[in-house]
Design a protein around this ligand. Sequence first.
Ligand SMILES: [Zn+2]
Length: 202
Amino acid sequence: MGNENNVKTITHYIKEFFEKHPNEEIDHGKVVDYVFEFIPKARDPWRSIRKLYQEGWLIQVRKGIYKRVPGYKGHNVLTPFPKEIKNKIFKRDNYKCVVCENGVHNGYEIHADHIKPQAKGGTNTLENGQTLCSEHNMMKKRYETTDFLGKYSKRMISLANKNKDEKTENLFKDILEVLKKYGFKTLVFAIIPLVLFLIFLW
Ligand SMILES: [Zn+2]
C-alpha cells in the first residue's frame, strides 16, 4: 500500500502493459521488451509474467501468448490441497512418488501434485492429486505434462539403449508413439507408474 513511490517492480510494468492492451492476445516477448525499457537489468521478466498467469491475473491463450481481461479473476490465487485431501492422496499412493516410488519409506520428501494444474482449471480433489517426490514434482512443474513424459521417455530410451535393455527401450518407444498420436496430457501421465510396475515385473 503506497510503498511503490521509488522502485517500480517488474510486475508493475507487466501489469501496466497488459492494462494498456486489454483483451489483446500478446506475445510475452513484447511485454519483456517493455519491461526492459524501464528496468534494463530486469531479471527473468518472463517468469513474472508466468507468475501473474499462475495467480490468475493473466490468461494464457497459447504458449507464450497471454491476455488480460479486465476484472478477470479466473482461478484466482492458487490454493494448496486441504490437509485432509492431501493425506488421502498420500495414503492412496502409499506415501510414494508415483513416478519413481521413492517416498516416506526411504526418507524422500513427498508432495501432493495437481495432475491438472490449477492454472489450467485443475481442482483440489483427490482424483486430481498425485504423490510426487521433490525431483519429479519439480520436473512436472517445469514442463507441461506431455513434455515431461516425452522427455522422460526419451531419457529412458537412451538409458535402456546403453544397457542393451531392448524390452524397456521398446516400451518407451511405444509410449512416445502414443504421445505423438494423441498428445493427451494427464491421462498419459498416469501410464508412468503402470509402466514402471510392468518393468518391475519383468
Ligand atoms: Zn519421484
